[in-house]
Design a protein around this ligand. Structure first.
Ligand code: NDP
Ligand code: OXD
Length: 311
């Protein structure tokens, strides 16, 4: 049987993935779509934002392994075959990278860096009160692989940390909340809110005027989840009326962000081009190779994406 590598990344990047996957799985026949002799040979697809319509044409497909952590784009494909198990990337290196990004931007907001950058533009020498990290409370939406690693990193830096998830979690030193019933209390009293949710039918548009109005005035927002979580107009309004003090946005409904999008130029927005935690090819390939080898040997799969809930 063959493995198909199916992506929409650049040819250069795809060649890199192919080379690394072939080197990690020398016993497998790994091919790109253009090099397949017979589609009935394919039983595993390794994908990164794959084009629609292809996976459903593979009659013997038994496993779809994503090279990305988030699978919202894949699940949004109406042509995705229904009964094929879907495994997303779970990689401790990716979680550590996200925890580093969260810490970087929480510290930047905690230390008032956007405000001092603006003062520098005006050549204004003005010091502001320095609070301790233990005087600040950071809330994390999503306590999964990314959320827990980030929460632990923030705890190590001395912040008070809260987390919100679908089912109630227990994380050392983190005050945990769950479900719609726990959201209002979770939001009350936060200084910063970090979004690390997957994009699903339940979480789409969660970063809205309604949620912002439940936060204290001048809360800092960091969105590292997906662009579909934020209602862009509501973010701008909340920044303009002081409900939010600053927003760090890494993800957007349309990527790359169009040149005329007002988010680019808003003085209270730090805009990043989806770089919070990029997949690390070295570690990702090792994990994917491990998953496939185990599957070949035992038929067992790692934790699968639960399609009914969307993550
Ligand atoms: P996980 O599936 O491990 O965790 C998801 C968390 O969100 C879980 O705690 C889950 O709750 C919670 N959740 C899901 N739906 C709801 C809901 N309706 N209400 C409350 N909580 C909910 O995902 P990861 O941590 O691995 O990744 C999260 C997202 O981060 C990815 O989907 C992707 O979009 C984004 N990401 C962004 C990157 C970037 O560079 N910007 C890089 C990598 C990922 P429960 O624990 O109860 O299941
Ligand atoms: C991912 C991402 O989901 O890079 O892995 O956003």
């Amino acid at each position: 049987m063959s493995i198909l590598l199916l992506t929409s990344v650049s040819t250069e990047e795809e060649t890199m993935w192919l080379k690394q996957l072939r080197s990690a799985l020398p016993e497998e026949d790994i091919r790109l779509l253009a090099d397949l002799d017979d589609i009935t040979d394919v039983d595993i697809a390794i994908v990164a934002n794959p084009p629609q319509e292809v996976l459903r044409t593979l009659p013997k497909l038994k496993l779809i392994q994503s090279l990305w952590a988030g699978v919202d784009a894949l699940l949004g494909d109406p042509t995705l075959p229904e009964n094929v198990p879907l495994v997303r990337l779970i990689d401790p290196t990716l979680s550590a990278s996200m925890a580093e990004a969260t810490a970087t931007h929480v510290l930047a907001l905690h230390r008032d860096l956007p405000r001092y950058a603006q003062q520098q533009q005006r050549q204004e020498w003005q010091q502001h009160e320095l609070l301790r990290s233990s005087d600040r409370t950071v809330g994390i939406l999503g306590l999964g692989e990314m959320g827990i690693a980030s929460a632990q990193q923030l705890r190590a830096l001395g912040f008070n940390v809260r987390g919100w998830s679908r089912s109630l979690k227990e994380v050392d030193g983190v005050e945990c909340f769950a479900g719609q019933g726990g959201l209002e209390t979770f939001l009350k009293g936060l200084d910063m809110l970090v979004n690390l949710l997957p994009l699903t039918f339940e979480t789409k548009g969660i970063l809205s005027e309604n949620l912002f109005s439940q936060l204290p005035k001048r809360t800092g927002l960091i969105n590292f989840g997906r662009g579909g979580h934020q209602i862009e107009g509501d973010v701008i309004t909340a920044l303009d009326d002081g409900q939010l003090s600053h927003a760090v946005l890494d993800v957007f409904s349309q990527e790359p962000l169009s040149a005329d999008n007002p988010l680019w130029r808003h003085p209270k927005i730090t805009l990043l081009p989806h770089v919070a935690a990029p997949t690390n090819p070295g570690t990702a390939v090792e994990i994917v190779a491990g998953n496939i080898r185990k599957y070949r040997k035992t038929g067992q799969l790692p934790k699968q994406v639960e399609r009914s809930v969307g993550y």
